[in-house]
Design a protein around this ligand. Structure first.
Ligand code: F6R
Length: 606
């Protein structure tokens, strides 16, 4: 993970780097650092510390703002604990380096180059700096090429050579680097979000291309040293952003944006009352000819796949598997040219998902990626891409990315149903009538946020919580439970409520909080019986129920009525309610909602 930035241009670099690092903090936030190189004096300033970018800002506050070239880093620790010395940049001799990725053979390299005495940190990154320094004899390209030949693993390396002031060098394998320029300078970063207002176009640096950032141009050289070019892409979301707006945390802002971004994700794919995926260039034949569908994804994105699975099976009577991307290739999956793989990812950089996709493609599968970040690695690796229109998602806990992934999947499944003959014109019409209602139904929930805030207040002291439901409700709750545990640190598990009596019910004691979601007509009665079972054992049950369902007089700790839609679409209002619940518990516990401990938003390590 980790976020990296570099800037060289007309302006003082320190503030520019700090501002960009703050935008990249979602990638890791246990330490931060920057190095600046003054072209006139040749002076290097290296500042780094364990802690947040705000701590680094304090450390830099008395620095004279003279340098106009520098690199910066925000870290998510992998090799070596969280400490000042493990923070990047690392300097060995004339080389200063920041890194995103993992060098798998760093121990071998220490032995091979006998680096033991040179290293001050426990990181794999400092080893790369030391190897580069060994090879460096005034020619950066030569040193980079010789070093990279030794590296096993993933890397985005951004380098300053002290005797080449004003130039930033970069090279990458898998881990992303994007770059842009304008009349004030050139800039690179792990993510387009951090390019700020630099430009309205950016390039994704290709793998194994040596990149030079000069004050007014970006030069690329292929592995043989020949100049080459990268494709430019439009920056079509607002990277300058208005920050959190009037919200205390990005998570709340992003939850509230959902009706709007869902609409945007649908808009360009519903034309004249029909699903039309021509904007994604997805040909009907790959939807028609596949014999099975397999989702590879992680975390929240995987939960979006589970919702789609329930749907595909009921609408299409077709086999679909949903796999943890990290387990996928080790389970010897049955994949062939008749398989359609769906890779779902907000960032488009999750390495487990990327590797699973590559594996499936090697076996002959066709692929469609559902991605939020344009031009990201998974998007580039896949045969076809459906981009969601969630816009930048900054809070580590995913909310609007999840619901826009669902919308994209619902559209894809709707189109599949049509081309495979499972939907006629009328079915498609009804399906779309429901789908287009989702923004309004979610909005209804969002407008009742104070009612959910009240429910959240009763959960603040809980150590454990359970979420129970059946069928689609269970899939919805897997995501609800992930949301609550990651931002509130309450140990929360989702259970298929029919399974409770086979063991888990032993954990229910007096006042154990249980959130039950009941939205599926054919399962309602059974779900309500399962709720009684936990209530009889003392559980304090919060019921989130479709408003049109009739309930008996049973007592609940709280009830939240979910605006009614057709059963399959209830995931949208229910998810909004569960997201708000997690958000308010975290906020009222006084936690850093947007940056939960130990996590990072982009997971580029296996
Ligand atoms: C949880 C969360 C994660 C991500 C997972 C995959 O709120 O955000 O579980 O969903 O790390 O990330 P992407 O979607 O970027 O592949």
């Amino acid at each position: 993970m980790c976020g990296i930035v570099g800037y060289t241009g007309k302006h003082s670099v320190t503030d520019q780097l700090l501002d960009s690092l703050e935008l990249l903090e979602y990638r890791g936030y246990d330490s931060a650092g920057l190095a600046t190189l003054n072209g006139d004096t040749g002076k290097v300033k290296l500042r780094k510390c364990a802690g947040r970018v705000s701590d680094l800002r304090k450390l830099c506050q008395n620095d004279k703002k003279l340098s106009t070239c520098g690199i910066g880093h925000t870290r998510w620790a992998t090799h070596g604990g969280v400490s000042d010395e493990n923070a990047h940049p690392h300097r060995i001799g004339d080389v200063l380096l920041v890194h995103n990725g993992i060098i798998e053979n760093y121990e071998e390299l220490i032995d091979h180059f006998m680096l033991h005495k040179e290293l001050k940190s426990q990181t794999d990154t400092e080893v790369v700096a030391a190897v580069l320094n060994r090879f460096y004899q005034g020619d950066p390209h030569d040193a980079i090429r010789k070093t990279v030949k030794y590296l096993k693993g993933t890397f985005a390396l951004v380098i300053l050579f002290v005797d080449h002031p004003d130039v930033i060098y970069a090279i990458r394998n898998v881990s992303p680097i994007v770059a842009a320029y304008n009349e004030n300078g050139t800039m690179l970063a792990s993510d387009v979000v951090a390019l700020g207002a630099t430009a309205d176009r950016y390039m994704v640096i290709p793998e194994y291309v040596i990149t030079e950032l000069h004050k007014s141009e970006i030069k690329l050289f292929d592995w043989k040293g020949e100049p080459c070019e990268a494709q430019f892409m439009e920056i079509d979301w607002d990277t300058t952003r208005d920050g959190k707006g009037n919200y205390p945390f990005y998570m709340e802002k992003e939850i509230m944006e959902q009706p709007e971004v869902i609409k945007a994700t649908m808009e360009e794919r519903i034309i004249d009352g029909r699903i039309d995926l021509s904007v994604d260039g997805i040909p009907d034949n790959i939807l028609k000819e596949c014999e099975r569908v397999c989702v590879v994804a992680c975390g929240t994105a995987m939960h979006a796949g589970l919702v789609a699975q329930a749907f595909i099976q009921s609408k299409l009577q077709m086999h679909m598997s949903v796999e943890y991307a990290s387990e996928f290739m080790y389970s010897d999956p049955v994949i062939d040219e008749k398989t359609l793989v769906l890779a779902i990812s907000q960032s488009g950089e999750t390495i487990d998902t990327l590797e699973a996709l590559k594996y499936a493609r090697k076996k002959g599968a066709k692929s469609i990626a559902v991605i939020n970040v344009k031009g990201s690695s998974i998007a580039r690796e896949s045969d076809y891409v459906m981009y969601t229109s969630a816009g930048p998602e900054i809070a580590v806990a995913s909310t609007k990315a999840y619901t826009t992934q669902l919308i994209a999947l619902f559209l894809l499944i709707g189109r599949m149903a049509k081309v495979r003959g499972a939907f006629d014109e009328l079915d498609e019409k009804k399906y779309l009538e429901n789908l287009v209602q989702t923004p309004d139904k979610m909005q209804e929930v969002l407008e009742q946020k104070e009612a959910i805030h009240k429910i959240a207040r009763d959960m603040l002291d809980a150590k454990d919580a359970f979420m129970i439901g059946r069928g689609l409700d269970y899939s919805i709750l897997l995501e609800g439970a992930l949301k609550l545990k990651e931002v509130s640190y309450i140990h929360t598990e989702a259970y298929a409520s029919g399974e409770l009596k086979h063991g888990t019910i032993a954990l229910i004691t007096e006042n154990t909080p249980v959130v039950a979601v009941v939205t599926q007509s054919r399962l309602k009665d059974k779900e309500l019986s399962n709720i009684r079972e936990v209530q009889s054992r003392g559980a304090s049950v919060v019921l989130m129920v479709k408003e049109s369902f009739e309930l008996s007089d049973a007592e609940y700790a709280d009830i939240f009525l979910l605006p009614a839609m057709a059963d399959e679409f209830m995931v949208f209002p229910a998810s909004a309610a569960l997201q708000l619940l997690a958000y308010y518990v975290s906020m009222d516990k006084g936690l850093d909602v947007d940056k939960p401990r130990n996590l990072a938003k982009v997971v580029t390590v296996e």
